[in-house]
Write a protein that binds this ligand. Sequence first.
Ligand code: C5P
Length: 324
Amino acid sequence: MPAGGLLAEAAPAKVNLYLHVTGRRADGYHLLDSLAVFGPAADALSLAPAEGLTLALDGPFGGALARDRPGGEHGAHDVPAGEGPDRDPADALQTDRGLEAEPDNLVLRAARALAEAAGVPPRAALRLTKRLPVASGIGGGSADAAAALRGLDRLWGLNLGEARLAAVAAPLGADIPVCVASRPARMGGVGELLSPAPRLPRCGLLLANPGLALPTPAVFRARSGGFTPPARLPESWPDAAAMARDLGAATRNDLEPAAIALCPAVAEVLAAIRALPGCLLARMSGSGATCFGLFADAAAAGAAAALLPGGWWRAAGGLYERGG
Ligand code: C5P
């Protein structure tokens, strides 16, 4: 453990390059086939030894998950993710205010579940710097919970390994197992069954969100139409253009029409990304409203990001691969 006992874990955004709804379980959950990749923005979690279990939030989107501090002057429920597109998310919350998380925050639930599974007391002081918009289709909450599981596994000296952490994670949310791995993977089942992704070429990703939150259950509920078979993917793609061509021709995000019906700004974001120079594919991620553009490399994605309308949250860069 580093000096001072402080550990850090990145919680990178999860991007669904495609998402097919292949069926529906008796309990209402949807069966999926999806190719998940990570990057180019992340929340940051720090962990330190403590007597009890606490979670402080800061960063541009920390307030969206926080509750009022006892006696504090700032209601946290007034903060972003769901407000007008002309608001700069970076203005929404001062960093360092250290808002306190709701007790049912997914990070705290993950910490308690891990402690229980491992038979240890749940003791840690956690601090989450929230840079990813919430309820936005890039798995922010799932990435945070996964980072907590990885970090607490280290802090508590458990050495459970990825598979057992994923087993603890799965009942908490279908997206958390893939976020525990934080490397490209094919998602099956309701999202929790992972298999290897094709070997991916170098490419760049641009993410953009109009500043609107879109709750996942509402998008699944609004979906109409039948089911889409799983995609047939090659073992690898020679370059980003070939990958974009294949994905554009043979795959889709089945949740896109429902998300656009609930939040027409998604169509605007998609059109804006598609019109950017060098954009090879524009599509919504997860249940939205965040959309992504695929580019030849991180530099092309970064140059394009600067051309998007002001007021939209955006991030650009290369793919993230944990341990890579
Ligand atoms: O698993 P998670 O908590 O992320 O899912 C949030 C909601 O999204 C579920 O309660 C369900 O309504 C919907 N969902 C679904 N099928 C999935 C994943 C999520 O219907 N595979």
